[in-house]
Write a protein that binds this ligand. Structure first.
Ligand code: C2E
Ligand code: CA
Ligand code: CA
Ligand code: CA
Length: 279
Protein backbone atom coordinates (compact mmCIF):
# COMPACT_ATOMS: atom_id res chain seq x y z
CA UNK A 1 0.00 0.00 0.00
CA UNK A 2 1.20 3.49 -0.91
CA UNK A 3 3.33 5.27 1.66
CA UNK A 4 2.20 8.79 0.86
CA UNK A 5 -0.96 10.37 -0.42
CA UNK A 6 -4.35 10.45 1.16
CA UNK A 7 -5.14 6.88 0.37
CA UNK A 8 -7.72 5.67 2.82
CA UNK A 9 -6.40 2.13 2.62
CA UNK A 10 -2.98 3.01 3.92
CA UNK A 11 -4.49 5.04 6.68
CA UNK A 12 -7.13 2.61 7.82
CA UNK A 13 -5.59 -0.81 7.30
CA UNK A 14 -3.29 -0.84 10.37
CA UNK A 15 -6.05 0.55 12.52
CA UNK A 16 -8.51 -2.11 11.41
CA UNK A 17 -6.00 -4.81 12.12
CA UNK A 18 -5.42 -3.48 15.61
CA UNK A 19 -9.16 -3.38 16.10
CA UNK A 20 -9.67 -6.96 15.03
CA UNK A 21 -6.79 -8.13 17.20
CA UNK A 22 -8.36 -6.42 20.19
CA UNK A 23 -11.78 -7.78 19.25
CA UNK A 24 -10.38 -11.28 19.05
CA UNK A 25 -8.62 -10.95 22.41
CA UNK A 26 -11.71 -9.48 24.06
CA UNK A 27 -13.96 -12.10 22.58
CA UNK A 28 -11.75 -14.85 23.91
CA UNK A 29 -11.33 -13.24 27.35
CA UNK A 30 -15.08 -12.80 27.65
CA UNK A 31 -15.53 -16.58 27.85
CA UNK A 32 -13.90 -16.50 31.28
CA UNK A 33 -15.60 -13.34 32.47
CA UNK A 34 -18.53 -14.95 34.28
CA UNK A 35 -16.47 -17.65 36.00
CA UNK A 36 -13.76 -15.08 36.82
CA UNK A 37 -16.24 -12.78 38.56
CA UNK A 38 -15.40 -9.97 36.17
CA UNK A 39 -19.00 -9.02 35.34
CA UNK A 40 -21.32 -6.87 37.41
CA UNK A 41 -24.48 -4.87 36.97
CA UNK A 42 -24.97 -1.15 37.39
CA UNK A 43 -28.49 0.13 38.01
CA UNK A 44 -29.68 3.45 36.65
CA UNK A 45 -32.76 4.76 38.50
CA UNK A 46 -35.79 5.91 36.49
CA UNK A 47 -37.94 8.82 37.63
CA UNK A 48 -41.70 9.21 37.31
CA UNK A 49 -42.21 12.86 36.31
CA UNK A 50 -45.71 13.16 37.78
CA UNK A 51 -44.96 11.82 41.27
CA UNK A 52 -41.29 12.78 41.51
CA UNK A 53 -40.54 9.26 42.70
CA UNK A 54 -38.42 6.47 41.26
CA UNK A 55 -40.25 3.68 39.43
CA UNK A 56 -37.31 1.32 39.15
CA UNK A 57 -34.08 1.09 37.20
CA UNK A 58 -32.38 -0.19 34.09
CA UNK A 59 -29.76 -2.89 34.65
CA UNK A 60 -26.56 -2.18 32.69
CA UNK A 61 -23.80 -4.71 32.30
CA UNK A 62 -20.24 -3.88 33.38
CA UNK A 63 -17.07 -5.81 32.58
CA UNK A 64 -13.90 -5.19 34.56
CA UNK A 65 -11.05 -7.09 32.95
CA UNK A 66 -8.17 -7.85 35.36
CA UNK A 67 -5.53 -6.44 32.95
CA UNK A 68 -7.39 -4.09 30.63
CA UNK A 69 -9.72 -2.51 33.17
CA UNK A 70 -13.29 -1.57 32.31
CA UNK A 71 -14.50 -2.54 28.83
CA UNK A 72 -17.60 -0.76 27.51
CA UNK A 73 -20.71 -2.85 26.78
CA UNK A 74 -20.98 -0.94 23.50
CA UNK A 75 -17.74 -2.74 22.58
CA UNK A 76 -18.17 -6.22 24.07
CA UNK A 77 -21.90 -6.86 23.62
CA UNK A 78 -21.60 -6.98 19.80
CA UNK A 79 -18.69 -9.44 20.21
CA UNK A 80 -20.75 -11.60 22.57
CA UNK A 81 -23.56 -11.53 20.01
CA UNK A 82 -21.21 -12.65 17.25
CA UNK A 83 -19.89 -15.58 19.27
CA UNK A 84 -23.26 -16.56 20.73
CA UNK A 85 -21.91 -16.03 24.24
CA UNK A 86 -24.59 -13.38 24.74
CA UNK A 87 -27.09 -16.11 25.61
CA UNK A 88 -25.27 -17.32 28.72
CA UNK A 89 -24.23 -13.78 29.62
CA UNK A 90 -27.84 -12.71 29.17
CA UNK A 91 -29.05 -15.34 31.66
CA UNK A 92 -26.44 -14.17 34.11
CA UNK A 93 -27.75 -10.60 33.71
CA UNK A 94 -31.34 -11.73 34.23
CA UNK A 95 -30.39 -13.69 37.35
CA UNK A 96 -28.62 -10.66 38.86
CA UNK A 97 -31.43 -8.29 37.85
CA UNK A 98 -33.98 -10.58 39.51
CA UNK A 99 -31.86 -10.65 42.66
CA UNK A 100 -31.88 -6.84 42.69
CA UNK A 101 -35.65 -6.77 42.16
CA UNK A 102 -36.04 -9.20 45.06
CA UNK A 103 -33.93 -7.01 47.36
CA UNK A 104 -36.16 -4.02 46.60
CA UNK A 105 -39.28 -6.11 47.10
CA UNK A 106 -38.08 -7.39 50.47
CA UNK A 107 -37.19 -3.85 51.49
CA UNK A 108 -40.87 -3.01 51.06
CA UNK A 109 -40.56 -1.34 47.64
CA UNK A 110 -43.12 -3.65 46.09
CA UNK A 111 -43.91 -1.79 42.89
CA UNK A 112 -40.44 -1.21 41.47
CA UNK A 113 -39.49 -2.53 38.04
CA UNK A 114 -36.02 -3.59 36.91
CA UNK A 115 -35.55 -3.29 33.15
CA UNK A 116 -33.18 -5.71 31.46
CA UNK A 117 -31.66 -5.41 27.98
CA UNK A 118 -32.25 -8.60 26.04
CA UNK A 119 -30.43 -9.19 22.80
CA UNK A 120 -32.54 -10.42 19.87
CA UNK A 121 -30.37 -13.53 19.73
CA UNK A 122 -31.33 -14.48 23.28
CA UNK A 123 -34.95 -13.54 22.76
CA UNK A 124 -35.36 -16.07 19.93
CA UNK A 125 -33.98 -19.00 21.96
CA UNK A 126 -36.69 -21.70 21.97
CA UNK A 127 -37.54 -21.64 25.69
CA UNK A 128 -36.72 -18.04 26.48
CA UNK A 129 -40.10 -16.96 27.84
CA UNK A 130 -40.72 -20.23 29.74
CA UNK A 131 -37.29 -20.09 31.36
CA UNK A 132 -37.80 -16.45 32.26
CA UNK A 133 -41.14 -17.12 33.99
CA UNK A 134 -39.75 -20.19 35.70
CA UNK A 135 -36.89 -18.21 37.25
CA UNK A 136 -39.17 -15.36 38.26
CA UNK A 137 -41.70 -17.68 39.91
CA UNK A 138 -38.99 -19.60 41.72
CA UNK A 139 -37.89 -16.36 43.37
CA UNK A 140 -41.48 -15.42 44.14
CA UNK A 141 -41.19 -12.14 42.25
CA UNK A 142 -44.40 -10.41 41.17
CA UNK A 143 -45.11 -10.69 37.44
CA UNK A 144 -44.33 -7.08 36.63
CA UNK A 145 -41.07 -6.79 38.57
CA UNK A 146 -38.95 -7.41 35.48
CA UNK A 147 -39.26 -5.51 32.23
CA UNK A 148 -37.68 -6.68 29.01
CA UNK A 149 -36.06 -4.07 26.76
CA UNK A 150 -35.86 -5.07 23.13
CA UNK A 151 -34.56 -2.90 20.31
CA UNK A 152 -36.42 -2.40 17.07
CA UNK A 153 -34.01 -4.86 15.48
CA UNK A 154 -36.36 -7.68 16.53
CA UNK A 155 -38.62 -6.43 13.74
CA UNK A 156 -36.01 -7.88 11.36
CA UNK A 157 -36.47 -11.40 12.68
CA UNK A 158 -39.10 -13.87 11.55
CA UNK A 159 -42.34 -11.96 12.30
CA UNK A 160 -44.35 -15.07 13.13
CA UNK A 161 -41.80 -16.33 15.62
CA UNK A 162 -41.45 -12.89 17.20
CA UNK A 163 -45.24 -12.58 17.37
CA UNK A 164 -45.57 -15.85 19.26
CA UNK A 165 -42.79 -14.89 21.69
CA UNK A 166 -44.23 -11.47 22.38
CA UNK A 167 -47.66 -12.93 23.02
CA UNK A 168 -46.16 -15.49 25.39
CA UNK A 169 -44.25 -12.73 27.15
CA UNK A 170 -47.37 -10.69 27.80
CA UNK A 171 -49.40 -13.79 28.74
CA UNK A 172 -46.74 -14.44 31.40
CA UNK A 173 -47.33 -10.92 32.72
CA UNK A 174 -43.91 -9.70 31.68
CA UNK A 175 -43.54 -6.06 30.68
CA UNK A 176 -42.00 -5.07 27.38
CA UNK A 177 -40.39 -1.84 26.30
CA UNK A 178 -38.93 -0.88 22.94
CA UNK A 179 -35.42 0.49 23.41
CA UNK A 180 -33.78 3.27 21.38
CA UNK A 181 -37.17 4.00 19.86
CA UNK A 182 -37.05 6.03 16.68
CA UNK A 183 -33.54 5.04 15.61
CA UNK A 184 -34.14 1.62 14.12
CA UNK A 185 -36.39 -0.26 11.79
CA UNK A 186 -39.53 1.14 13.31
CA UNK A 187 -42.32 -1.08 12.30
CA UNK A 188 -45.45 0.63 13.49
CA UNK A 189 -47.35 -2.57 12.74
CA UNK A 190 -45.80 -4.41 15.69
CA UNK A 191 -46.83 -1.63 18.03
CA UNK A 192 -50.37 -2.24 16.91
CA UNK A 193 -50.29 -6.03 17.07
CA UNK A 194 -48.31 -6.70 20.23
CA UNK A 195 -48.71 -5.44 23.72
CA UNK A 196 -45.82 -3.07 24.12
CA UNK A 197 -45.95 -1.32 27.50
CA UNK A 198 -43.42 1.43 26.98
CA UNK A 199 -41.41 3.27 24.35
CA UNK A 200 -37.91 4.39 25.31
CA UNK A 201 -37.23 7.57 23.38
CA UNK A 202 -33.62 7.46 22.24
CA UNK A 203 -31.05 9.83 23.68
CA UNK A 204 -30.28 11.23 20.22
CA UNK A 205 -33.68 13.01 20.27
CA UNK A 206 -33.10 14.33 23.80
CA UNK A 207 -29.62 15.84 23.44
CA UNK A 208 -30.81 19.00 21.65
CA UNK A 209 -34.41 18.90 22.78
CA UNK A 210 -34.31 22.47 24.09
CA UNK A 211 -32.70 24.07 21.02
CA UNK A 212 -33.94 21.97 18.15
CA UNK A 213 -37.50 22.31 16.92
CA UNK A 214 -37.36 19.12 14.85
CA UNK A 215 -36.31 17.02 17.84
CA UNK A 216 -39.08 18.56 19.90
CA UNK A 217 -41.62 17.75 17.17
CA UNK A 218 -40.43 14.14 16.96
CA UNK A 219 -40.45 13.61 20.72
CA UNK A 220 -43.88 15.19 20.98
CA UNK A 221 -45.21 12.95 18.20
CA UNK A 222 -43.82 9.80 19.86
CA UNK A 223 -45.44 10.77 23.17
CA UNK A 224 -48.80 11.48 21.53
CA UNK A 225 -48.73 8.24 19.58
CA UNK A 226 -47.77 6.20 22.63
CA UNK A 227 -50.58 7.81 24.56
CA UNK A 228 -53.22 7.01 21.97
CA UNK A 229 -52.02 3.42 21.86
CA UNK A 230 -52.06 3.09 25.65
CA UNK A 231 -48.29 2.90 26.03
CA UNK A 232 -46.02 4.80 28.41
CA UNK A 233 -42.97 6.79 27.39
CA UNK A 234 -39.57 7.11 29.01
CA UNK A 235 -36.84 9.42 27.75
CA UNK A 236 -33.24 8.24 28.07
CA UNK A 237 -30.05 10.28 28.32
CA UNK A 238 -31.63 13.20 30.19
CA UNK A 239 -28.69 15.24 31.43
CA UNK A 240 -30.20 18.66 32.13
CA UNK A 241 -33.00 20.07 34.27
CA UNK A 242 -34.21 21.98 31.20
CA UNK A 243 -34.63 18.71 29.30
CA UNK A 244 -36.58 17.18 32.17
CA UNK A 245 -38.82 20.27 32.27
CA UNK A 246 -39.42 20.17 28.54
CA UNK A 247 -40.25 16.46 28.69
CA UNK A 248 -42.71 17.05 31.49
CA UNK A 249 -44.36 19.80 29.43
CA UNK A 250 -44.60 17.44 26.45
CA UNK A 251 -46.33 14.81 28.60
CA UNK A 252 -43.53 12.25 28.85
CA UNK A 253 -44.14 9.80 31.72
CA UNK A 254 -40.65 8.92 32.92
CA UNK A 255 -37.03 9.92 32.50
CA UNK A 256 -33.65 8.28 32.93
CA UNK A 257 -30.27 9.95 32.69
CA UNK A 258 -27.36 11.56 34.50
CA UNK A 259 -29.57 14.41 35.68
CA UNK A 260 -31.56 12.08 37.94
CA UNK A 261 -28.80 9.57 38.57
CA UNK A 262 -25.81 7.89 36.99
CA UNK A 263 -25.83 4.10 36.82
CA UNK A 264 -25.00 2.91 40.37
CA UNK A 265 -23.33 -0.16 41.82
CA UNK A 266 -25.52 -2.53 43.83
CA UNK A 267 -25.01 -0.99 47.27
CA UNK A 268 -25.25 2.62 46.12
CA UNK A 269 -28.38 1.71 44.17
CA UNK A 270 -30.11 0.08 47.13
CA UNK A 271 -29.25 3.13 49.27
CA UNK A 272 -30.51 5.52 46.57
CA UNK A 273 -33.83 3.70 46.31
CA UNK A 274 -34.33 3.53 50.07
CA UNK A 275 -33.62 7.24 50.31
CA UNK A 276 -35.72 8.34 47.31
CA UNK A 277 -38.80 6.41 48.44
CA UNK A 278 -38.67 7.52 52.08
CA UNK A 279 -41.98 9.18 52.91
P1 C2E B 1 -28.75 1.45 26.15
O1 C2E B 1 -29.62 0.28 26.45
O2 C2E B 1 -29.30 2.50 25.24
O3 C2E B 1 -28.34 2.04 27.56
C1 C2E B 1 -28.19 3.39 27.83
C2 C2E B 1 -26.74 3.81 27.83
O4 C2E B 1 -26.66 5.22 28.04
C3 C2E B 1 -25.92 3.20 28.95
O5 C2E B 1 -24.59 3.04 28.45
C4 C2E B 1 -25.95 4.28 30.03
O6 C2E B 1 -24.90 4.19 30.95
C5 C2E B 1 -25.87 5.51 29.18
N1 C2E B 1 -26.46 6.69 29.80
C6 C2E B 1 -27.48 6.73 30.69
N2 C2E B 1 -27.81 8.01 31.00
C7 C2E B 1 -26.98 8.79 30.28
C8 C2E B 1 -26.81 10.22 30.18
O7 C2E B 1 -27.52 11.02 30.78
N3 C2E B 1 -25.84 10.65 29.32
C9 C2E B 1 -25.05 9.81 28.61
N4 C2E B 1 -24.12 10.32 27.82
N5 C2E B 1 -25.17 8.45 28.69
C10 C2E B 1 -26.13 7.96 29.51
P2 C2E B 1 -23.78 1.69 28.73
O8 C2E B 1 -24.05 1.22 30.12
O9 C2E B 1 -22.38 1.96 28.30
O10 C2E B 1 -24.45 0.65 27.75
C11 C2E B 1 -24.32 0.79 26.35
C12 C2E B 1 -25.22 -0.18 25.63
O11 C2E B 1 -24.81 -1.53 25.84
C13 C2E B 1 -26.68 -0.14 26.10
O12 C2E B 1 -27.35 0.95 25.50
C14 C2E B 1 -27.17 -1.49 25.62
O13 C2E B 1 -27.51 -1.46 24.26
C15 C2E B 1 -25.95 -2.35 25.81
N6 C2E B 1 -26.07 -3.11 27.07
C16 C2E B 1 -25.76 -2.74 28.34
N7 C2E B 1 -26.00 -3.73 29.22
C17 C2E B 1 -26.52 -4.76 28.49
C18 C2E B 1 -26.99 -6.09 28.83
O14 C2E B 1 -27.04 -6.52 30.00
N8 C2E B 1 -27.42 -6.87 27.79
C19 C2E B 1 -27.42 -6.43 26.48
N9 C2E B 1 -27.86 -7.27 25.52
N10 C2E B 1 -27.00 -5.20 26.15
C20 C2E B 1 -26.56 -4.37 27.14
CA1 CA C 1 -31.59 -0.19 27.18
CA1 CA D 1 -31.61 2.76 25.12
CA1 CA E 1 -29.66 4.58 23.21
Amino acid sequence: VKRDGRNGLRFYAPHMQRYSERALALSSALKQAIAGNELSLAFQPQLDLASGRPVGAEALLRWQHPQWGPVSPAEFIPLAEQSGLIVSIGWWVIEQAMAAALRLYRAGLTDMVIAVNVSALQFVQPDFVEELSRRRDRLGLPAGAIEIELTESVALLNPEEVGLKLSALSAAGMRLSIDDFGTGYSSMSYLKRFSVDKLKIDKSFIDELNDNEEDRAIVSAIIQMARSLGMKTIAEGVELAAQAEQLRALGCDEIQGYWYSRPLGQEAFDAFMADATRA
